[in-house]
Design a protein around this ligand. Structure first.
Ligand SMILES: [Zn+2]
Length: 170
């Protein structure tokens, strides 16, 4: 974010995602669907630009997203829809809440309980080493591997203004 001095750009529509209450990435983060370690490199998207998830938000003040076809709510199992509506709407309301709390650590954003899955995953990934410092070393390596695999948030394309060319006048 510092590079461009602007918010992240939506990978779907190319417009800026102005704050986290409109961010699909942060919505999925509070729902526990985005690894905290990958949050800073994952591509950003508007909530509305990910309609298969956005359709489950039924909050007041959020204009309902309706999609047709196989993944549309009307074609899904009503029980599944009810569960998803409750879950995703709760996540969206959580986003609004954390947006209003100044200085809240990023790790406190997610809904209660959802961070647990990531700490469990980390323990599973670091073998059964007794030495805590060694375990940390393993985690580091593991995360670096993950970063390398991830296509990531391409900051360069959103900052493609070339400073040299325009100012070259003879
Ligand atoms: Zn968008």
């Amino acid at each position: 974010m510092a590079q461009c001095e602007q918010g992240y750009l939506c990978e779907v529509c190319g417009e800026e995602v102005e704050d986290i209450t409109g961010s699909d990435l942060y919505l999925r983060y509070v729902l526990g669907e985005v690894d905290p370690e990958k949050l800073h490199i994952a591509p950003e998207r508007h909530i509305r630009c990910n309609p298969t998830l956005a359709q489950f938000i039924t909050a007041e003040g959020f204009e309902a997203v309706v999609i047709e076809g196989f993944f549309g709510k009307s074609n899904l199992d009503p029980e599944f829809v009810a569960i998803e509506e409750a879950r995703v709407t709760q996540g969206y309301l959580r986003l609004r809440d954390v947006f209003g709390i100044e200085g809240l650590p990023l790790t406190d954003y997610p809904l209660p309980g959802v961070m647990d899955r990531w700490s469990v995953d980390n323990e599973a990934a670091s073998d059964s080493d007794d030495d805590a410092r060694l375990v940390d070393g393993h985690r580091q390596t593991h995360h670096l591997d993950l970063v390398a695999e991830e296509p990531g948030h391409d900051a360069t394309t959103s900052c493609s203004d070339s400073p040299g060319i325009g100012s070259l006048r003879l």
